[in-house]
Design a protein around this ligand. Structure first.
Ligand code: 9Z3
Length: 380
């Protein structure tokens, strides 16, 4: 882009070591790490499980003084919704999300889907009569009656999350910041061992521009077309599994737009990185269906302890002598194709959310993961 000689096109594959040795960390990395560490230590002392939820899209700035950047579609709905269900399940949550993307609880009143001001009565026409101090209506603003039932439980849960110390937020913007923070949060959570879960729902750019190739100032027009060359983002899941949090329960998401690729790519990720579970989702159907792809040995739905639970038919896949399973989970009433291997959730229409079922299944798997280490330790 700026200086072709500085471009890394000769070595487009970046190891994570090379990335962290050459790309600058976010300036507030150590403060973010110590605040998160305090949070984790408190929950370790209280014997609570902690989950890292990543959420929202990452940007790739085209200039150091950023005027333009590449972005992606993610609003952070999956991550914000999932964080709520993890909190309900008793987890402490580190919510690492794209700055200004959707957040737990406030997501219900995002400016696009449910504008906050639309909930409120017009003060000019709505006069309070119940309290003498506000008889004129000047001291109070009223939520319209029809919104109260919906708002009340969300507001309670929101205040509980704020005051209970169970939710810790960490913002990122660029893909570089995301990678640095993922490593740092993993380091901070490493002492949790098997009590840590990692739920990587952020939509992370596959490509970045190394800092030596990013121009200082706004790219000028006038030279005709703009050609952008980007390098592949290092595959940090591998060191995450092998070094950063080898005992953690690690769930990644695989996003595709061609449904045929979903399961093969998810299996490929499991083979390459060796983590516990890939949740596959198709861009256009992600709110209604996902597929859990996991190694058969890691899949508690096949173990005897789970047989009392609801029936969860899974499709077996054999690749290079390794056994995987793919289990669909979908909301009923969605206009899904008739798949035979599916977990049925509730209906759509704003009530039931797919994340409720996803998180219930993950909590179950995580408990099994913890139990496995406990039984291994006691049999030593
Ligand atoms: C996902 O697949 C998430 O489910 C979505 C959620 C980003 C689709 P929204 O924020 O969307 O609710 O609008 N996240 C992971 C996407 C990703 O970057 N995956 C990488 C890949 O597919 C691997 S980690 O290669």
């Amino acid at each position: 882009m700026s200086d072709p000689s500085a471009s890394s096109s000769s070595s487009p594959q970046w190891s994570s070591d090379r990335f962290f040795q050459t790309q600058a960390p976010p300036p507030n990395l150590s403060e973010l790490a110590s605040a998160a560490s305090e949070f984790v230590q408190r929950h370790i002392q209280e014997g609570r499980k902690v989950v890292l939820v990543t959420s929202g899209g990452t940007t790739v700035p085209l200039e150091k003084n950023v005027v333009r950047f590449l972005d992606n579609f993610s609003a952070g709905t999956r991550g914000a919704t999932s964080a709520e269900y993890f909190l309900s399940a008793g987890y402490a949550v580190i919510f690492m999300s794209r700055q200004h993307s959707l957040a737990p609880y406030t997501r219900h009143y995002s400016h696009t889907t449910n504008p906050f001001l639309d909930l409120l009565a017009d003060p000019a026409t709505h006069v309070h009569t119940d309290s003498p101090a506000s008889a004129s209506g000047e001291d109070n603003i009223t939520v319209l009656k029809q919104h109260v039932a919906h708002l009340r439980p969300i507001l309670s849960a929101y205040h509980h999350a704020r005051t209970s110390g169970l939710l810790h937020t960490v913002p990122f913007v660029t893909v570089n910041d995301y990678l640095w923070l993922l490593r740092e949060m993993s380091r901070v959570m490493q002492p949790l061992g098997r009590y840590g879960m990692y739920y990587l729902a952020a939509a992370v750019s596959d490509f970045f521009i190394p800092s030596t190739s990013v121009p200082e100032h706004k790219i000028q027009s006038g030279k005709g077309s703009l050609v952008i060359e980007m390098d592949q983002v290092p595959k940090v899941l591998k060191p995450m599994v092998e070094q950063w949090v080898p005992e953690g329960y690690l769930v990644s998401f695989k996003l595709e737009t061609d449904p045929k690729l979903l399961i093969p790519k998810a299996v490929g990720a499991l083979q390459r990185y060796g983590h516990q579970l890939v949740i596959g989702n198709d861009l256009n159907r992600r709110k209604f269906e996902v597929v859990f792809v996991e190694r058969k040995a890691h899949n508690p739905v096949h173990s005897s302890e789970q047989e009392a639970g609801p029936k969860r038919p899974a499709k077996d896949i054999s690749v290079d002598d390794q056994q995987f399973t793919a289990t669909w989970m979908r909301l009923v009433d969605s206009d899904s194709s008739q798949e035979s291997n599916s977990i049925e959730g509730g209906g759509k229409g704003g009530e039931k959310e797919l994340e409720e079922d996803i998180i219930r299944e993950l909590c179950r798997r995580h408990d099994q993961w913890i139990a496995k280490s406990t039984s291994a330790a006691s049999s030593r």
